[in-house]
Ligand binder design. Structure first.
Ligand code: BG6
Length: 302
């Protein structure tokens, strides 16, 4: 749909407009009395979210590349319908294809509390069907207000069950990685993937990051809280329909290799991903709908 048509159908005065953004990507630009956000229609990828009077909550690299068919480094990439490498075909893209294909706007609304609601649907093509031959409908809803709520909805409209892996791969802006502790995963088992390893370990205390961290915490539905002593705030991640949490920071060497973090860029970010991964992948029966919903909020840290 052309920009003018999108604006005619879905723009909301003083809430939502569609613009041609970086790299020519169409962006939904949301600004209401609570917060601002930008969402690329490619990947239904929320790139920024900033509550009024706060520093950004969501991190996006200044060096991020915005281009057709490429994933953006930062924001909330949608990993779907598998997480990490594909189970059987290494030629298929890591974390699935949802983050790099086009989505369409299905609905937009102003909510009574002044928040903005927008819903997108993934556009199926021959290329997506070739990678994922299961009839299904996938939609994502964003509620942008004092908090950010994201709900990824997968419905099996076929006649066979399928296995689903997924994540809201959220990058968070923090003052400095040395000023941060992640709470909520104490006592959980995790698969440690750092440096290409694959070892099962147990988390004892809050998570402090001093080197590459790439962990899939298993069988956890707990809230996570990122305590940021530098910004004197805590970011709460409250999730439903998710049984894994991924914590990732590539650290210096890997970030440099990726080329879209910028110098020391890894120090200002951490990913805490609400996921269903590894042994927590789901079987979605014919006719069934699976919801993965996350609310992000900011609290003062005393
Ligand atoms: C994390 C994975 O979820 O995403 C890491 O656990 C991976 O292994 C990271 O490196 C980034 O993935 P990508 O595909 O965006 O570079």
């Amino acid at each position: 749909m052309q920009l003018a048509d999108l604006n005619q159908r879905y723009a909301i005065p003083h809430h939502l407009q569609f613009v041609a953004g970086e790299g020519g990507l169409v962006m939904a630009e949301i600004a209401n009395s609570h917060s601002t956000a930008r969402i690329a229609l490619q990947g239904a990828h929320l790139v920024t979210w900033q509550p009024c009077g706060q520093e950004p909550v969501v991190w996006v690299s200044k060096f991020a590349k915005y281009a057709a068919g490429k994933s953006i480094r930062g924001g909330v990439p949608i990993c779907w319908p598998w997480f990490g490498a594909h189970a059987t075909d290494s030629k298929l893209p890591g974390h699935g294809y949802a983050r790099t294909v086009m989505w369409e706007v299905l609905e937009s609304r102003e909510l009574p509390d002044g928040a903005t609601y927008i819903r997108f649907g993934l556009i199926e093509t021959d290329a997506t069907r070739a990678q994922w031959p299961h009839p299904c409908s996938v939609q994502i809803e964003f509620t942008i207000g004092k908090t950010l709520r994201v709900e990824l909805v997968t419905r099996n409209i076929g006649t066979h069950a399928f296995t689903l892996g997924e994540a809201l791969h959220t990058y968070f802006h923090i003052s400095d990685v040395g000023q941060m502790t992640i709470r909520g995963l104490e006592g959980c088992d995790y698969m440690d993937k750092a440096g290409g390893a694959s070892e099962l370990r147990k988390q004892q205390d809050g998570i402090v990051i001093e080197r590459e961290v790439d962990r899939v915490y298993l069988n956890t539905t707990a809230d996570c809280v990122i305590e940021d002593r530098g910004l004197k705030r805590a970011i709460r991640i409250a999730k439903q329909g998710s049984h894994s949490t991924v914590v990732w920071n590539p650290w210096t060497e890997k970030a440099d290799k990726m080329g879209d973090f910028g110098p020391q860029g890894h120090r200002g970010m951490v990913c805490v991903e609400s996921a269903n991964a590894l042994e927590n992948v789901l079987s979605v029966a014919p006719g069934a709908t699976h919801h993965l919903a996350v609310v992000y909020s900011v609290e003062a840290l005393n």
